[in-house]
Ligand binder design. Structure first.
Ligand SMILES: Nc1ncnc2c1ncn2[C@@H]1O[C@H](COP(=O)(O)OP(=O)(O)OP(=O)(O)O)[C@@H](O)[C@H]1O
Ligand SMILES: Nc1nc2c(ncn2[C@@H]2O[C@H](COP(=O)(O)O)[C@@H](O)[C@H]2O)c(=O)[nH]1
Length: 206
């Protein structure tokens, strides 16, 4: 029997929509079965953020070395900092048959789409642009200038939602989590059906 590779789940969307909140809620649920891929970034840690838990915090030079060595599945420069996904971790985890969950911005998601076309791509959408801005302001982690840049970037990012397999509205965190879980479960069922049919065809049953 072939060992099934894990599913690569990509949750993306504009800054402030609630990707981190939804991801943390999903990972606090005892039956969640995905592995979270911790990203690398050159951004400075926010208060309370821990190296190796929230991100692997890197210097600009260290990050560019990782790029040069081809050790990132994807990376993006986002509002003045680099962010990227460690390739070895993702491959090893998928090869072990475990699902990997990426929470990344849209440029990176489109690179992953090119490299892993059979991934599951979910766009998290805000109820409105004004609600998105309110969430960034309410989070209180960025200066007004950075909030303005992120809101500007969001207008372009929202245009990319039609490139995703699914759009999930983050109106309420628990509803958004239920929707993400339902999408992943349905995708696993679909893959199982395809795999069974493939094996039956190999046995000459079709
Ligand atoms: N459904 C929701 N309703 C109201 N507020 C929310 C909801 N989801 C998240 N928030 C709030 O919105 C703010 C931004 O959320 P979060 O940091 O998770 O966004 P993000 O998409 O991960 O942002 P970034 O991409 O900048 O890391 C936080 O203050 C969070 O508490
Ligand atoms: N392309 C990637 N984007 C990433 C990655 N890790 C996080 N992110 C996204 O960056 C922005 C800003 O994050 P913040 O922590 O500074 O608010 C946000 O949209 C994250 O989802 C990554 O590895 N690659």
């Amino acid at each position: 029997m072939r060992k099934e590779r894990g599913l690569l789940i990509v949750l993306s969307g504009p800054s402030g929509v609630g990707k981190g909140t939804v991801r943390k809620e999903l990972f606090s649920q005892p039956d969640t079965n995905y592995e979270y891929s911790i990203s690398m970034t050159t951004r400075k840690p926010r208060e309370g953020e821990v190296d190796g838990v929230d991100y692997f915090f890197k210097s600009h030079e260290e990050f560019e070395q990782l790029i040069g060595e081809g050790r990132l599945l994807e990376y993006a420069s986002y509002v003045g900092n680099y962010y990227g996904t460690p390739l070895d971790y993702v491959n090893a985890t998928l090869d072990a048959g475990r699902d990997v969950f990426l929470e990344i911005e849209v440029q990176g998601a489109s690179q992953v789409r090119d490299k892993v076309p059979d991934g599951l791509f979910i766009f998290l959408a805000p109820p409105s642009l004004s609600e998105l801005e309110q969430r960034l302001v309410g989070r209180g982690t960025e200066t007004n200038d950075v909030i303005a840049s992120r809101c500007l970037a969001a207008r372009d990012e929202l245009e990319m939602m039609n490139l995703y397999d699914f759009v999930v509205e983050n109106d309420e965190v628990h509803l958004a989590c239920d929707r993400v879980n339902a999408i992943v479960t349905a995708e696993h069922c679909r893959r199982e059906r395809v795999e069974k049919r493939y094996l039956s065809m190999l046995k000459g049953e079709y």
